[in-house]
Design a protein around this ligand. Structure first.
Ligand code: ADE
Ligand code: ZN
Length: 325
């Protein structure tokens, strides 16, 4: 049987976590008071009550509005450091963290303020024995021109960013909307990944665009390839990583997708377990492994395989990888 202690202690990599999704009610309250921002609530319990959703858009509305408390470089640093302390408790050894610059630029915060705060936390993660990297995401519900602009801003910080991702509302925002920006990012040496979500209209078409045309290095969510044997074969052969998030799945589509996850694992897909937006979805990475186990009695071998997949499909150097595998 799988114990909580075993899951927490297992060395793991986290490849799908949004830094802005790690904003706990306690920190949201503290920052709102420090920065004199009216968030509509004045205590932790009332903030927690607003962290309730039944769909991606209803989640995103709270997620974006919460960002208003993040104002200074130190605020971004503190947000990332609090996540990294949770990562440490979960024995996360390597993490690739998403961040959403456009959510901050839209509020008049400078790109440099955001990246410098987050990057300082990445440097301080070394003292926690965690290797921390940043993935810059384009918001897919914003115009492609806006993605061009942040790609240009990122050029001044090239060495601080390992890859480019794509998140936010997928409906009517297919991967091909950003074909040019992803080609440009690839030519600059960034790794690439994209959300290809659960339960979205046209999700199979979106997954095909991401894999066959954009040629992403990894795919976020994407578990509904199970419906399509050709896609399963493609993903198995290319060894492209799928990052899945059981607690997030439960919130957004009322189903952890545990059955699909274990099925894909059996079929040789390099799938990993991640926390997505842990402050909002009720658990950090170990709780996501455990959520799967509560539902399906997963074997120890499968848990180990999932953790191994997280290192294998991470973007650490091959030399570094040998340390973990
Ligand atoms: N941005 C932050 N969290 C997200 C999620 N779960 N899905 C899509 N975009 C996001
Ligand atoms: Zn996500």
């Amino acid at each position: 049987t799988i114990t909580t202690k075993f899951v927490y202690g297992l060395p793991k990599a986290e490849l799908h976590v949004h830094l802005e999704g790690t904003l706990e009610p306690e920190l949201k309250l503290a920052l709102s008071q420090k920065n004199h921002i009216d968030i509509g609530q004045t205590n932790v319990e009332d903030i927690r009550k607003t962290y309730k959703f039944n769909s991606l858009p209803s989640f995103l509305a709270v997620y974006y509005s919460s960002m208003m408390v993040l104002q200074t470089e130190d605020d971004f640093y503190q947000l990332a450091m609090e996540y990294l302390k949770h990562a440490k408790e979960n024995n996360v050894r390597h993490v690739e963290m998403f961040f959403d610059p456009q959510g901050h630029l839209a509020r008049g915060i400078n790109f440099d303020t955001v990246i410098n705060g987050y990057y300082r936390a990445c440097q301080d993660a070394k003292a926690l024995n965690i290797d921390a990297q940043l993935i810059m995401c384009f918001l897919r519900d914003m115009p492609a021109q806006s993605a061009n602009e942040i790609l240009l801003m990122a050029q001044h910080h090239r060495e601080k960013i390992i890859g480019i991702g794509l998140d936010s509302d997928e409906h009517h925002n297919p991967p091909l909307k950003f074909a040019y920006q992803f080609a440009n990012a690839t030519s600059q040496g960034y790794r690439t990944t994209m959300h290809a979500d659960i339960d979205q209209v046209n999700s199979i078409e979106h997954i095909k665009q991401a894999l066959e045309i954009i040629n992403v290095n990894r795919l976020d969510h994407g578990t509904n390839i199970v419906e399509n044997p050709d896609l399963v074969r493609w993903v198995a052969q290319t060894q492209i990583g799928l990052t899945t998030c059981p607690l997030s799945n439960k919130f957004i589509s009322d189903d952890s997708k545990g059955k699909e996850i274990l099925d894909l694992l059996d079929q040789g897909i390099k799938i990993s377990i991640n926390s997505d937006d842990p402050a909002y979805f009720g658990g950090y990475i170990s709780d996501n492994y455990l959520a799967l186990n509560t539902e399906f009695e997963v074997s120890k071998e499968d848990i180990i395989k999932l953790a191994k997949n997280s290192f294998e499909t991470s973007w650490i150097s091959p030399v570094q990888k040998q340390i973990y595998l």
